[in-house]
Design a protein around this ligand. Structure first.
Ligand code: FMN
Length: 149
């Protein structure tokens, strides 16, 4: 069920899904969400960090989004033929491909989405109990479009 390619077929990006019920990790082979944490962490995963330097009314209420996708690079899946710098470029390119597929899906279903660099990465990695060889790259919030008045 993977819809994005990876260099050398590393499959090195895991998708964690934060919802009201907790955090899950997507198992693409089984097309299942496996539970990771039975806690709603969206106030953390949906929060802009550092806080934006613009008035609060201009910041989208991201912690209200039903779903946050957290893209986690598993760099235990390294190869002996790539340098650290090449692995980084691959991981970011892989994440970008997945993000774009989510954008296209959301567009097709009338959902709203935004990908985010600005989240509290150390706090999130700790809360999600990631291993030292896992690295949270980006968060993508998915929700419903605001009603236009
Ligand atoms: C790699 C990347 C990182 C981004 N990081 C943030 C972010 O941390 N916070 C945020 O509010 N928007 C973030 N954005 C969203 C952009 O600001 C947004 O896509 C752009 O302003 C265009 O708006 P639109 O996607 O609604 O058309 C990011 C976009 C990209 C591609």
């Amino acid at each position: 069920m993977r819809t994005a390619p990876t260099g050398g077929n590393r499959q090195d990006i895991d998708i964690y899904v934060a919802t009201a019920d907790g955090v899950y990790v997507y198992d693409a082979k089984a097309n299942l969400l496996n539970p990771v944490l039975s806690e709603d962490i969206r106030s953390l995963s949906g929060r802009q960090f550092p806080p934006p330097a613009v008035p609060a009314n201009l910041v989208p209420p991201l912690d209200e989004a039903p779903v946050n996708l957290i893209f986690v690079w598993d760099y235990s899946k390294k190869s002996t033929t790539s340098t650290e710098e090449q692995m980084l470029r691959l991981a970011f390119a892989h994440t970008g491909s997945i993000v774009q597929n989510v954008y296209l899906y959301c567009a097709s279903e009338g959902l709203a989405t935004v990908v985010r660099l600005w989240f509290d990465k150390p706090a999130m990695e700790k809360k999600m109990k990631l291993r030292p060889d896992q690295y949270a790259v980006l968060v993508q919030s998915v929700g419903y479009p605001r009603q236009r008045s």
